[in-house]
Design a binder for this molecule. Structure first.
Ligand code: NAD
Length: 499
């Protein structure tokens, strides 16, 4: 069957791919397993040689790839370039510098067993399934695919059914860099293909997507105790204290809420501002929101060329997402929230555009304050104290990221440490998601495990502990036969080591 891809900004068809039927998945797994046996036995230093090749291939194609992402996901070119291509290149560089150390053997101390030594070895898992969403259709899978590969695995990638062309393009970059095509195969299709991949005879699933699907993935994986890394949704709070640089905070709030049309797992989805700073902050936010240029980010000309337009906010991915966002905004208004700007779909544009929207005083029981919105909507709530802001920020089942805004660093750090979130920024938002050196992941229902950095790389490894002795002694102190003499020695040792 064919899977068609339409631009969410123009609604025009941009291409199609062949879908992978669930029954075909076992064949993909067999090819991957065969290729992984060869790849996994290649020494690490040799495997790492793919990295500079990939960097060259990606540098050569980066503008083309960013244009495709912009077209297929409806986002401004600059966002595709900055938040998808740069992080991918950064991951390649990070791995070139650090993968040998992170994946290499690690010596560990053994206390009183001075005649022994232990080494941790980081081994490939085998075949890894990577299931990804549409919101960063290149950057999210690329950084994980390359990490899984250098760790010695084969990868089966299931891109979102809403961005299949970007998934194909990603695999093409690896092929151009010389990777065996069976080491990275793309399975196209919707949730049924994803579910078949999770159920298949693979060794790990890295899933990025919604909490609801993440729970289904984990339940299926539990049947065979398949390890999972889950990167799920967020409802991320921004805490603005009265001593913050309000102009910077307003710039951060507007970018944090509206970049990628608010379809970022770490978007600012709730803003708590101290009452004393509220009117100035809100005025700045509304003025900056009104100044945003929204429109079609990239269009195919009659000549076939792609023309990039300078816009700040693009389209949402589809009708269902747009309607869900609008319903949340309408309910928030019905429950007493005050609409300050935006609040409706853009009927004057062909695709799924929603006006950047700011509200205030939305009651906490509204869906807009409880559930992930994943759209360009910023609800601002006034609070009387730092204490109240922290309490409200933590009152969520999500805990992906959060930010604290204050000129007083010590106060900001104290508040930051009380926030339940996988990442907390002081006077910034989102940006470390794009850095390979910093780990990414959440607490609570925002997920399990980490991607990026050393922690993320090791999620693609088995850890083998190898232990050996230096000297050919006939027995050990803790072995048979037990005797008073040995016990005396053990006690002396305990006194020496632990007193
Ligand atoms: P989604 O859960 O609908 O789909 C994600 C992927 O899972 C798609 O490829 C889909 O085809 C596949 N899928 C669907 N049903 C499946 C099943 N039963 N088994 C296996 N795979 C299945 O999510 P989405 O709408 O594509 O993405 C948006 C969500 O992703 C948001 O909630 C967002 O917060 C989250 N997200 C999280 C992060 C993070 O790093 N924490 C990053 C980006 C997006």
């Amino acid at each position: 069957m064919e899977l068609k891809s339409n631009s969410p900004a123009t609604l025009k068809l941009i291409g199609s791919v062949r879908t992978t039927a669930p029954e075909e998945v076992p064949d993909y797994v067999s090819r991957a397993r065969e290729a992984q046996r060869r790849w996994g036995s290649v020494p690490l230093e040799k495997r790492l040689r793919i990295l500079p090749e990939l960097r060259r291939a990606l540098q050569a194609e980066r503008d083309d790839v960013a244009r495709l992402v912009s077209l297929e996901a409806g986002k401004p070119f600059v966002e595709a370039f900055t938040v998808e291509l740069l992080p991918s290149l950064d991951m390649l560089k990070f791995l070139e510098h650090h993968a040998a150390r992170v994946l290499g053997p690690e010596r560990i101390g053994l206390g009183w067993f001075v005649h022994k030594r232990s080494v941790l070895e980081y081994l490939p898992l085998g075949v890894v399934g990577i299931i990804s969403p549409w919101n960063f259709p290149f950057g999210i899978p690329f950084t994980s695919v390359v990490s899984a590969l250098v760790a010695g695995n084969a990868v089966l990638l299931k891109p979102s059914e809403l961005t299949p062309l970007t998934g194909e393009r990603l695999a093409e970059v690896f092929r151009r860099a010389g990777l065996d095509p069976d080491l990275l195969q793309v399975l196209q299709g919707d949730g049924a293909t994803g579910a078949a991949l999770v159920a298949a005879d693979i060794d790990k699933v890295l899933f990025t997507g919604s909490v609801a699907t993440g729970k289904r993935v984990m339940a299926e994986a539990a049947r065979t105790l398949k390890p999972v890394t889950l990167e799920l949704g967020g409802k991320d709070p921004m805490l603005v204290f009265k001593d913050a640089d309000l102009d910077r905070a307003a710039n951060g709030a507007v970018w944090g809420a509206f970049t990628n049309a608010g379809q970022v797992c770490a978007s600012v989805e709730r803003c708590y501002v101290e009452r004393a700073a509220a009117s100035e902050f809100i005025e700045l936010v509304v003025a900056k929101t009104r100044a945003l240029r929204q429109g079609i980010p990239v269009e195919r000309l009659a000549t076939g060329e792609l023309a990039v337009r300078q816009v700040d906010v693009g389209a949402m991915i589809g009708e269902a997402q747009l309607e869900k966002v609008h319903e949340q905004v309408l309910e928030a208004s019905r429950l007493g929230g005050e609409l300050l700007c935006g609040g409706a779909p853009r009927r004057d544009l062909p695709g799924y555009f929603y006006q950047p929207t700011v509200l205030r005083d939305v009651p906490p029981e509204a869906k807009l304050m409880q559930e992930e919105t994943f759209g360009p909507v910023l609800p601002i709530t006034l609070v009387d104290s730092v204490e109240e802001a922290v309490k409200l920020a933590n009152s969520s089942r999500y805990a992906l990221s959060a930010s604290v805004w204050s000129r007083d660093r010590s106060k900001a750090r104290t508040a930051a440490r009380r926030l339940e979130a996988g990442t907390v920024w002081i006077n910034d938002v989102i940006y470390t998601y794009g850095l390979a050196a910093t780990p990414w992941g959440g607490f609570k229902e925002s997920g399990i495990g980490r991607t990026h950095a050393a922690l993320g790389l090791r999620e693609f490894c088995h850890v083998r502990h190898l232990n050996e002795g230096y000297y050919p002694v006939k027995t050990e102190l803790q072995w048979y036969p037990y005797s008073e003499k040995r016990l005396k020695w053990l006690k002396r040792l305990a006194n020496f080591l632990y007193s």
